[in-house]
Design a binder for this molecule. Sequence first.
Ligand SMILES: Cc1cc2nc3c(=O)[nH]c(=O)nc-3n(C[C@H](O)[C@H](O)[C@H](O)COP(=O)(O)O)c2cc1C
Length: 463
Amino acid sequence: MSGQALRDFLSMVQRDYPEHFLRVTTPIDRSFESTAIVAELERAGQHPVIVFENVKGFSMPLVTNVAANRKLLAAILDVDPANLATSFRDRCQNYLPAEVVGDAPWQDVVLEGDDIDLTKLPIPIQFPVDAAPYITAGQICARDPETGVDTTGFHRLMLKGKNRLGVSLHSRRRMYEFHRRAEERGEPLPAAITLGIHPLHYMGSMAFHYPPGVRKFEIIGALFGESYRLGRTGTDGLEVPWGAEIVIEGHILNDVREPEGPFGEFTGYASYRSTQNVFVAHRVQMRSDAMLHSVVSGMAADHIRISCISREAEILNSLRRNLPNVRAVHVPAETCGALMAIVQMKKTAAGQPQQAIMAAFGTETYCKCVIVVDDDVDIFNLTDVMWAVATRARADRDLFLIPGAMGAILDPASDPEDNTVTKVGVDATKPSGRDYAERLVIDDEQRARAREILAGMGIAGMQ
Ligand SMILES: Cc1cc2nc3c(=O)[nH]c(=O)nc-3n(C[C@H](O)[C@H](O)[C@H](O)COP(=O)(O)O)c2cc1C
């Protein structure tokens, strides 16, 4: 383990994977340029971690694309890239108590009152539709006003003024509920925004299916394989990562809603939907040489890759508890890392796909389509999955609709009034208990012989 801070990760990548590290010294504009550069690299199949040293008009460097690279994510978990979801699932559950350590490096600089000026941070505007510069790597930490158990997670933050940020809690998980509970008591929710985290923190913060008494910091510790080190803030005794770059303390206001958005979201659309909350900062602390961490928004891998992994892991975890014959789950990036899950099972009894569909929907709110296939179908190959749907599913018997179900607020297909969707389960497995059409196969020996013949004819790429 090479350290728990973002900078430890950057050092590891520079040292061990220099081909996946890019330092850009050319001056870039904060508007659109960092996102466009990442998009061009993605088109070329490249996912480097990037440090933009020179954002015009700002002195602080910008670090981005930290969680886009499957190879690097596998390296920090010390597993094969193919086993990322299963390793994440296994490791997440070995909760480890966090450890509070004094004198965090982010205590170097302390700004309060009129000295706070968030407009001095090189916060990108990522898409022309974005209403303002957006902090996209802000991990917000707050305590449950009822139990005192804290949580941490990303929530987009729209720059509104020197100490004012718009925030959307649309995923309606713990933070949304904590704020609702505070508001019910007539109180604001004390909160701290952490900027600059290690990708294992990013990964752990995306866990959602765990007991209410567990802290996310205990899950992040489980991923590190050692207690996660925290520093204590002066706001409600909130604890935040010791290795952070910048910590912004404040409150999410009660009974205040203001326009927030539009913003270029993970769905690939401009999102005009928001819970329209407001965060007001009363203290900012940072390292003297702090860097600004930003997640590339839209459908960029930096935004979606970990969503795929955590959802695959959580759904697999639920299904395996009841259906040991479930082999794997794929949440494709093409479906925004959220909206569809494909389940592979070795079906042993009729009705098992329906059982899997119900459990998957019960685990994950954003998911609105579950396709179940047999174990001869490669679920990581969407062509194979579509073939199975086309040849094994019968609409009158194998489609299951759940109207009026809770969906993702940001899904443009969800109801604009109440955000419900109709969820669909598709059983694309062969019927059990009777013969079915025989799948055509070309076996490995035949393939090898064909490649040999073609290679002998000088046809490239055949070996
Ligand atoms: C880059 C990124 C940005 C996110 N932005 C938001 C957001 O703006 N609002 C939100 O409610 N959830 C957002 N999410 C999802 C939450 O972070 C996620 O659901 C998390 O588990 C919620 O944690 P909580 O249970 O502490 O609320 C985002 C996730 C990622 C990866």
